[in-house]
Write a protein that binds this ligand. Structure first.
Ligand code: PLP
Length: 448
């Protein structure tokens, strides 16, 4: 089929996520037809380096036969069965076992979901249930962060701090508040504060919010170890230690959303480990199956799990696809491969430092105000005037322009406003990182 035919058929019936339907109808979708390794191919015959691992998820890269075989074998054996009503099956129990082996020592249980959004819906219900069981039913408020992303379901978008999402289809779930994000380049810079002082200031804002709401009313704080969709925002080193102190002081649960940071992205199995966090709950998805099949879950620390199990009775919550056997079999194989191939260690010891070195070179570019990376996640902040550090006029949509020029050049890079983001498959090679940096520079030159 030719591209215009694909586009016409797509336009006729398909409402895309996070898309201006009308504009897409006029411009037409890009049609991705197949992929291998770190490359996708489109219907025009272009081979494009996928600097975003799909949607931050194809950690093992495309075209892994082992995952296809795991899915096929499971589809033949038991394509579907549920895990409700006192039933289980080998893929779900083996995956739960494996996840708890990889997770920090205080995490020994998992609740399965079909996606990251469902994982965060589960989080919301679990933390409120936990405090009710503890005899403190007033502890219901959950504090998230401005510009945080926790999914698109009503609970997910309410926990997230993306104002445009709140404005559509609200109201949000009550008793959720948001505090400042530790986004130095966007919100700390230019205020005569060091990044470290800014990090502490953001943690202090959390404490202020807890006091405003009343500590007896606050159940949990939810945050991504590194904010992904908000702009690959790596917090100043002072931030997480100060937040941990605040949470401990007021006995508030920590939910570390690992949907992006989990499964090697930051060079550890979980982003929390990079920052020495001990979260009570860790929503997961995406890299859990390298995106080959949809699956998510919540890793539940002993404090919450023991209470739910010992004191909770029936938890009226779950999804048809909780622990879906075929998805679980693929996720298990994915984890086995990540482990057997030493992928996570390689990100920490080799690929992350290599990307950091090459990525930092882009900081010299005339329209780049900051180039930052951690593990295999990176961001570039576009600026109109490098010396003054001023942004482009919003009407220019410099980020979107740069994103489109990247695609033309043969690289998928995402834009969040004027922040350009990469999050490539974790199996990328040095040569492919070189190519990624070369293509990004070419697109920056063309944007300038
Ligand atoms: N949490 C985080 C940190 C995410 O980045 C995402 C998706 O991008 C989600 C939750 C929602 O996951 P899903 O799209 O699988 O529902």
């Amino acid at each position: 089929m030719q591209t215009p035919q694909y586009q016409a058929r797509d336009r006729a019936h398909h409402l895309h996520p996070f898309t201006d339907f009308k504009a897409l109808g006029e411009e037409g979708s890009r049609v991705v037809t197949h992929a291998e390794g770190v490359y996708i191919h489109d219907s025009e015959g272009h081979r494009i380096l996928d600097g975003m691992a799909g949607l931050w998820c194809v950690n093992l890269g495309y075209g892994r036969r082992e995952l296809v075989e795991a899915a096929t074998a499971q589809l033949e054996q038991l394509p579907y069965y549920n895990t409700f009503f006192k039933t289980t099956h080998p893929p779900a129990l083996k995956l739960a076992e494996k996840l708890c082996e990889l997770a920090p020592a205080h995490v020994n249980h998992v609740f399965f979901t079909g996606s990251g959004s469902e994982a965060n819906d589960t989080v919301l219900r679990m933390v409120r249930r936990y405090w009710a069981l503890k005899g403190r039913p007033g502890k219901r408020w959950i504090i998230g962060r401005e510009n945080g992303y926790h999914g698109s379901t009503v609970a997910g978008m309410s926990l997230g701090g993306m104002a445009p999402m709140h404005d559509q289809g609200g109201p949000c779930v009550p008793e959720i508040a948001h505090v400042a994000q530790p986004y130095w380049f966007g919100e700390g810079r230019g205020r005569e504060l060091s990044p470290e002082a800014f990090g502490r200031q953001c943690a202090a804002a959390l404490e202020d919010k807890i006091l405003e709401l009343g500590e007896e009313n606050v159940a949990a704080f939810i945050a991504e170890p590194v904010q992904g969709a908000g702009g690959a925002i790596m917090p100043p080193a002072s931030y997480w230690p100060a937040v941990k102190e605040v949470l401990a002081k007021y006995d508030i649960l920590l939910v570390a959303d690992e949907v992006i940071c989990g499964f090697g992205r930051l060079g550890e199995w979980f982003g929390s480990q990079h920052f020495s966090l001990e979260p009570d709950l860790m929503p997961i998805a995406k890299g859990l199956s390298s995106g080959y099949l949809p699956i998510g879950g919540v890793l539940v620390g002993d404090r919450v799990a023991d209470t739910l199990i010992d004191e909770g009775g029936e938890f009226f919550h779950g999804f048809t696809y909780s622990g879906h056997p075929t998805c679980a079999a693929v996720a298990l194989r994915n984890l086995e491969l990540l482990e057997a191939e030493g992928v996570v260690d390689r990100v920490r010891e080799d690929l992350g430092p290599y990307l950091a070195r090459r990525w930092a070179e882009l900081a010299e570019h005339p329209i780049v105000g900051e180039a930052r990376s951690l593990g295999l996640m990176g961001a570039l902040e576009l600026v109109a005037d490098k010396a003054a550090g001023t942004r482009f006029d919003k009407s220019l949509s410099a980020g979107n322009l740069c994103r489109d020029l990247c695609f033309e050049a043969g690289l998928v890079m995402r834009s969040v406003g004027d922040t350009m983001i990469i999050s490539p498959p974790l199996v990328i090679t040095h040569e492919e990182i070189d190519e990624l940096v070369r293509l990004a520079r070419q697109a920056l030159d063309e944007t300038a």
